[in-house]
Design a binder for this molecule. Structure first.
Ligand code: FES
Length: 181
């Protein structure tokens, strides 16, 4: 084979290798911004859970002084995928004055998730779904109650003399232990 023919055969090979190399460099260069874009795109899904900081629920003066529980809606900003919903109801609590301050109970029944109601005489809580019964402090008070645990107590603070703040949280129903959702 002459030098010319050998040179002619090597030229396409060099071009091919150069093209493949250029493609690899281009692919590598595009992966970084693509990965960053995907992270930014899906970041809201990772942030889909509500912030569990304390929420201002009401004024202390709105909680009955006689110790009777009163129901309050919990409203806060909720981030759902790519949208922020401001002042959205996310649940409800019973607030009750105690000798040491204020107690908060989630209204959701630990049995299967129905909403527990306050009896008309305000002597206890009762669940309309399967008849679980609780004392005003949320303790199961009937051996036949199907609820596997007491009502879920929540952290509560009175701030600045007249602000009731609650760390609102839901828990899995049907379990003896409190497992945060
Ligand atoms: S959901 Fe309350 S007793 Fe079943």
């Amino acid at each position: 084979m002459s030098d010319d023919k050998a040179e002619n055969g090597a030229e396409p090979r060099r071009n091919f290798i150069a093209s493949v190399g250029a493609l690899c460099v281009a692919a590598a260069a595009s992966i970084v911004p693509l990965a960053a874009g995907a992270a930014a795109l899906f970041d809201p899904l990772r942030r889909g859970r509500r912030d569990l900081s304390m929420i201002l629920v009401t004024k202390l003066s709105s909680v009955p002084e006689d110790g009777a529980p009163k129901k309050f809606t919990i409203e806060t900003d909720r981030v759902d995928a790519w949208t922020t919903y401001e002042n959205t109801p996310v649940g409800a609590v019973y607030l009750r004055r105690t000798p040491t301050g204020v107690a908060a109970l989630n209204v959701v029944c630990p049995h299967a998730g129905c909403f527990v109601g306050l009896m008309p005489d305000k002597s206890r809580f009762g669940c309309p779904c399967h008849k679980s019964s609780f004392d005003l402090d949320g303790v199961v008070n009937d051996a036949n109650s199907p609820s596997p645990r007491d009502m879920d107590a929540l952290e509560v603070e009175v701030r600045n003399g007249d602000e009731v703040w609650v760390r609102f949280q839901n828990f899995l129903p049907g379990r003896e232990e409190k497992t945060a959702i």
